[in-house]
Write a protein that binds this ligand. Structure first.
Ligand code: MNH
Ligand code: ZN
Length: 183
């Protein structure tokens, strides 16, 4: 997993729990003197280990932490990859282009990234079906990222994880129901 993702987690933990908590988490879950560089890769297990400790520190289920992290991560990536995100005029075009545009641009910027496979299909107005596959099984982060994208475009979303790799499925299937927030 790329350092930029770890830095997103670091930023979230420091914002919510303070620097001291992050330092303790790092001490327990990473090699000594670990510093995350955005474009460099670090072991996937290290991220999961850190997230598990965040769950303990915040007394939250790990699933909630991964979702909250995904949601936060969208906002973290936004200013760092504004040229990529600026290509989209709204929530639907962004979601429909995760693989074909976003992650393919990511693959040009970072060497040997480990990206999930995401396929999306518009089922009807206000409903997209997303298929997610990754050996890292971070489908809960994907959910969080969808929430984050929705917030960015003033949409409300309801997600339904109808099939899940954690429950033995070959890939996850997530129903994404969305509506524009009327302000
Ligand atoms: Mn994207 C990794 C889903 C938007 C850049 N992305 C991941 C992972 C998931 C994911 C899940 C974790 C790896 C895995 O599951 O195997 N990403 C999404 C979803 C959206 C999304 C569902 C939108 C909604 N991602 C974005 C945007 C950017 C971005 C916007 C930035 C322009 N994603 C990344 C990068 C990684 C990543 C960078 C890390 C890749 C790596 O570690 O090698
Ligand atoms: Zn899943």
């Amino acid at each position: 997993m790329k350092g930029v993702i770890f830095r997103g987690l670091e930023s979230l933990v420091i914002e919510k729990c303070g620097m001291a908590v992050w330092d303790t988490l790092l001490e327990k879950n990473a090699p000594e003197d670990r510093v995350y560089i955005s474009v460099q890769s670090y072991p996937d297990d290290e991220l999961v280990g850190l997230a598990q400790y965040v769950a303990v520190a915040l007394q939250l289920p790990i699933a909630e932490v991964l979702k909250a992290f995904g949601e936060y991560l969208f906002g973290y990536l936004l200013p760092r990859h504004s040229t990529i995100i600026a290509k989209f005029d709204g929530f639907v075009s962004l979601i429909m282009s995760i693989d074909s545009v976003i992650h393919s641009e990511v693959a040009k910027l970072y060497q040997e990234p480990n990206l999930p496979k995401i396929r999306c299909k518009v089922i009807e107005d206000g409903l997209i079906l997303m298929h997610y596959y990754s050996s890292r099984k971070l489908c809960l982060c994907a959910e969080g990222l969808i929430y984050g994208a929705a917030a960015h475009y003033n949409m409300t979303v309801t997600l339904k994880h109808i099939e899940c790799m954690h429950k033995g499925a070959d890939e996850c299937a997530i129903e994404v129901r969305f509506k524009q927030v009327i302000v």
